[in-house]
Design a protein around this ligand. Structure first.
Ligand code: FE2
Ligand code: FE2
Length: 260
């Protein structure tokens, strides 16, 4: 039995602090043998650097990281990604020569595939079809359990991928909107699904960023620089899931922890 914690977008140092503080307690309660986190906002709210990668993996003990549209925001990732073997950047960037779109792990004798896929609805980047990318990956890589992070804006696109992959993967877990959705469900053929696992970061924030910048954009129509919130109350969002030896989900639970 695979027992997995999947943490929603870790945003900045507040997110890393929240994960470091909550994980020991969750490890005691759920005894997960695999911890995964979305890390596209882990470094200062935008992207991922090598020191932050090391903090999340070596220090906090996260075994696989997934990406998203912000994964390339810190330019040093283009040279450092070769030193980040536990990072799955989005699979469906066309002709992407940097890193890999998935991570393969051996957990208790089970071959576990963790993939990151970006949606296309309301996302301007020209990307390969997420559905075809999933098909191609499943043809190419065989595993006992497959976890797909679908990083997308539109609920309908995420649901479509969930139903499309039902019975062929263990879980389709959404990220990117930074708000946990209450629609977790084990689909008919055994695939765990949630539209968004949520965000791990500063609680008094607009999706991890300072409320003022977003407000200014909406009120004036002018660009305002987003600042990550590093201090104050913390929010931890994740899902816990159990995957049996056939790769089917046996249990799925949303987790929310609030820290001061
Ligand atoms: Fe994000
Ligand atoms: Fe994102």
């Amino acid at each position: 039995m695979l027992k997995i914690l999947f943490i929603g977008d870790i945003v900045g140092s507040a997110g890393r602090r929240a994960a470091a503080r909550v994980l020991p307690e969750l490890r005691a309660e759920y005894t997960p043998n695999l911890v995964i986190a979305n890390a596209e906002n882990a470094a200062g709210g935008f992207g991922l650097t090598l020191p932050v990668y090391k903090e999340l993996t070596a220090k906090i003990g996260i075994q696989a990281l997934t990406g998203g549209n912000h994964i390339w925001d810190k330019k040093e990732i283009f040279k450092d990604i070769t030193a980040m073997p536990l990072l799955a950047r989005p699979l469906n960037y066309p002709r992407c020569e940097y890193g890999a779109g998935y991570v393969l792990l051996d957990i208790e004798g089970m071959r576990v595939l963790v993939a990151s896929i970006l949606g296309r609805a309301f996302i301007e980047t020209p990307l390969d079809c997420p559905f075809q990318a999933a098909d191609n990956l499943l043809r190419k890589v065989k595993a006992d359990a497959v976890l797909v992070d679908i990083h997308a804006e539109a609920t309908s696109e995420k649901k479509a991928l969930g139903f499309y992959l039902d019975g062929r993967v263990s879980a389709v877990l959404g990220t990117h909107t930074h708000v946990q959705t209450a629609d977790e469900q084990i689909l008919k053929n055994g695939t765990a699904y949630i539209t968004d696992a949520g965000m791990t970061g500063a609680r008094d924030s607009n999706l991890g960023m300072s409320p003022e910048a977003a407000q200014k954009r909406f009120l004036t129509g002018l660009k305002a620089k987003f600042d990550v919130v590093e201090t104050g109350a913390l929010l931890f969002n994740a899902v816990y899931l159990e995957i049996d030896v056939r790769g089917k989900c046996a249990r799925l639970e949303r987790l929310i922890r609030r820290l001061d």
